[in-house]
Design a protein around this ligand. Structure first.
Ligand code: ADP
Ligand code: MG
Length: 238
């Protein structure tokens, strides 16, 4: 489903180039559910931006469903993303002036007949326990309910890949746990590949596969050297 080779990404900050990601190789099989953990600033969001084609790497290859994302134009990447990827974010990003149902509908292709769209939305809201909330505005929903709407919006076109960036980051513990289970359940029944990045270890533990981004990424933050063994080894080797 996803293959990454020699991926490098730096950002220019104050005229200096700051390396963020250096991932020699990584792949995710179709249907896998992977949680990637790591501290704030370790490049988790940047990795998802690259996988989704929102950002481009400085070097390296990203193959999504056999297609070379790294060679595509922005327009081609946008198209690939709209067809293949659903994205769930920490802060839901629902449109405040639209109802739950309308927030889902805007993600759906205009080619689908309106009646079919309505039926599909009702079915989805039912599945996530929001059947009676279709006409509610986001402000009338709890944070957990808003995230459910955002998850439906990401899944309604049945994309093969679901990406989630800190999807439980602004939720209380209990709601976070519900949302984690919902993501796993829905992506299993839809056979989606699911990649979640989170610093929530409770969430990560629910996943069949869980890895720290630092296992993939060769860029090490100086704080790790100060705190960990890296610094001591450098001294004794020097
Ligand atoms: P995480 O999601 O793990 O918290 P990010 O991927 O958001 O980490 O960021 C990794 C590092 O890259 C951080 O130091 C952040 O400040 C920096 N960074 C992210 N995006 C940009 C950008 N557009 N310009 C400059 N620096 C950025
Ligand atoms: Mg982030």
């Amino acid at each position: 489903m996803l293959q990454i080779f020699g991926l490098n990404k730096s950002f220019r900050i104050d005229g200096r180039s700051l390396p963020i990601l250096d991932i020699p190789a990584w792949q995710v099989e179709k249907g896998e559910k992977v949680a990637i953990t790591g501290p704030s600033g370790s490049g988790k969001s940047t990795l998802l931006h690259l996988i989704s084609g929102i950002a481009v790497p400085d070097k390296g290859e990203i193959h999504l469903e056999g297609q070379p994302l790294h060679t595509m134009t922005e327009a081609q990447r946008d198209r690939l993303r709209s067809l293949h990827i659903g994205y769930v974010l920490q802060d839901f990003h629902l449109i405040p002036s639209l109802t739950a149902s309308q927030n889902i509908e805007i993600a759906m292709g205009a080619s689908m007949p309106a009646k079919r769209r309505k039926t599909l939305i009702s079915e989805w809201l039912e599945r996530v326990g929001l059947a009676d909330r279709a006409k509610h505005m986001p402000s009338q929903l709890s944070r957990g309910q808003q995230q459910r709407v955002a998850i439906v919006r990401a899944l309604v076109n049945n994309p093969p890949l679901l990406l989630a960036d800190e999807p439980t980051g602004s939720l209380d513990w209990e709601t976070a746990d519900e949302i984690s289970r919902l993501l796993l359940d829905l992506s299993s029944s839809g056979q989606q590949t699911l990649i979640v990045v989170t610093h929530d270890l409770n969430m990560a533990e629910r996943f069949p596969k869980c890895l720290d981004i630092r296992e993939l990424n060769r860029v090490r933050k100086h704080t790790e050297h100060q705190a960990g063994r890296g610094g001591a080894q450098e001294v004794s080797n020097g």
